[in-house]
Design a binder for this molecule. Structure first.
Ligand code: FE
Length: 488
């Protein structure tokens, strides 16, 4: 007998024909979509009455930093990328305990599930070089939450084994803005052999865990922070285990070129191409500062892009040339990036922001359509992760990663064309039920994987965040007063 049927809904399948089925139903068995259609639904062991709602594929986040969520709430305000990097990200994660990591992952995943995200790509790191034991315990604590959550997670273990000498002065200048805090720049990296051994240990212990929902891959932070040997090692590890290689690429002017000590240096895309690093496994986050040559090279090598429009907006990193990348044939998914640089764990927000930014910066209301934003959030995101055969659309045989929207709210009316209604009117709070592998991770708006009441989780997160700010000496970030004009 069929395990589960979800009926009385409009199905937005995102299949090849982008079919939309009114009065639809979806049947699930053994974690996969067994059948779908319109009209009378088949019998099943469990039935979810969609009550006239909308069902679409679970949303895919192709770039995030899950545990950094304990550093949001105002700490990050008005900072440029490298100011934020040293004074919020590196400083804050240096003070994380394994318990903080587990708590942060639980908070983030509960927000993600409530927003209809079923697959998360985590670029994970806690200031890797300072204490190998702590780093390993923090990674294990985070992965423990992922494995029991029921969500699908790509765990990219970030690493760095070098840094441009010319950056020391820049990072030092930003750090001097916060005299209370001390951070040893030498602790940001780790020896390559150690980094690879630690990543291989994580792969051995966790890759393919939770019935295949959790995977582990190497994630060199960016071209400037990984030696040629490190980039090659990451690429080889990814090929051996069939994973992607997440990396930050051309996010700001500072990291769009290598060898800053030699004048304008060399474009980061050219550099990675010379090292034979550009390929279909490379998952390049941001891709803001690209020229026509970069775009051609990324397209020619089938590099995938993780577009993070909210983060790019808040850090003022710039507008990624997504319409030009798409025109060149590049696959681009969406990412929430750091929860303290987009402030929401919601691909719903990223769909809307992606459309707004593209329309605004190209002076073209057709620069990025609602339909394309939905593709980026689902099937294109799946393709960016190499998972398009398994997830990203509602098709028979695919894994049952599914979102059900409650469409009873006033902002759903009137509605005529569903893509525009979802992208421009729907809210994350409309997500009612979310399935991953056919099992609810959100059931009637309640995450199924919490071991405490949500209010207790939220209070614990507040206390942990305050303690991290204290331990990391980040209190100066909060003593900003009321800045009608930013002094940051
Ligand atoms: Fe990032």
């Amino acid at each position: 007998m069929t395990d589960l049927v979800l009926d009385r809904v409009t199905l937005l399948t995102m299949d090849r024909e982008r079919r939309q089925l009114d009065d639809g139903w979806l049947a699930v068995s053994d974690g996969r979509i067994e059948a779908l259609g319109s009209g009378a639904a088949p019998a099943a062991a469990r039935r979810i009455d969609g009550r006239g709602g909308v069902v679409m594929p679970g949303m895919v986040s192709t770039h995030s930093h899950v545990i950094d969520i304990l550093l949001r709430g105002g700490l990050e305000q008005d900072r440029t990328l490298f100011d934020w990097l040293v004074n919020v990200y590196f400083a804050g994660t240096s003070a994380y305990t394994p318990e903080d990591c587990a708590l942060a992952a639980t908070l983030n995943l509960s927000e993600a599930a409530r927003a209809g995200i079923t697959t998360i790509t985590d670029n994970w790191g806690v200031n890797n070089g300072d204490d190998a034991g702590r780093v390993a315990e923090c990674a294990a604590a985070t992965l423990g939450v992922y494995e029991s959550s029921g969500l699908r997670v790509v765990f990219g273990r970030m690493f760095s084994d070098t840094a441009p000498a010319a950056w020391e002065g820049i990072l030092g200048a930003y750090m001097a803005k916060l005299p209370a805090k001390t951070l040893d720049l030498a602790t940001l990296g780790e020896p390559l052999d150690a980094a690879i051994a630690r990543i291989e240990a994580l792969i051995a212990a966790h890759h393919g865990a939770a019935e295949g929902r959790v995977s582990v891959c190497p994630a060199p932070i960016m071209a400037q922070l990984a030696s040629p040997e490190a980039l090659t090692a990451a690429r080889e590890l990814a090929e051996r285990h069939g994973t992607v290689v997440p990396i930050h690429h051309c996010e700001s002017p500072l990291n769009s070129r290598v060898f800053p000590e030699s004048g304008p240096g060399l474009g980061a895309t050219d550099y990675l191409n010379a090292l034979d690093f550009l390929n279909e496994r490379m998952l390049a986050a941001h891709c803001v500062w690209l020229d026509d040559r970069d775009i051609r090279l990324l397209a020619a090598h089938d590099v995938k892009v993780a577009h993070c429009p909210s983060c790019n907006s808040l850090l003022s990193s710039g507008a990624a040339p997504i319409p030009r990348l798409l025109a060149a044939g590049v696959t681009a998914g969406l990412g929430t990036d750091d929860a303290n640089t987009s402030s929401n764990v919601s691909i719903m927000q990223e769909m809307r922001q992606a459309a707004y930014v593209a329309k605004l910066t190209n002076a073209d209301p057709g620069a990025l359509t609602a339909e394309k934003a939905l593709e980026m959030a689902t099937i294109d995101g799946a393709r960016a992760l190499g998972m398009e055969a398994e997830i990203g659309s509602l098709e028979v045989g695919k894994r049952a990663d599914v979102v059900l929207f409650d469409t009873s709210g006033p902002h759903w009316y009137p509605r005529h064309l569903l893509p525009a209604t979802i992208v421009y009117q729907a809210q994350a709070a409309d997500v009612r039920t979310v399935l991953v592998d056919g099992r609810p991770v959100l059931d009637e708006r309640e995450p199924t994987f919490l071991e405490t009441e949500p209010a207790a989780l939220h209070e614990s997160a507040q206390q942990a965040s305050e303690a991290i700010v204290e331990r990391a000496g980040m209190g100066g970030l909060l003593a900003r007063g009321w800045q009608s004009q930013s002094r940051v």
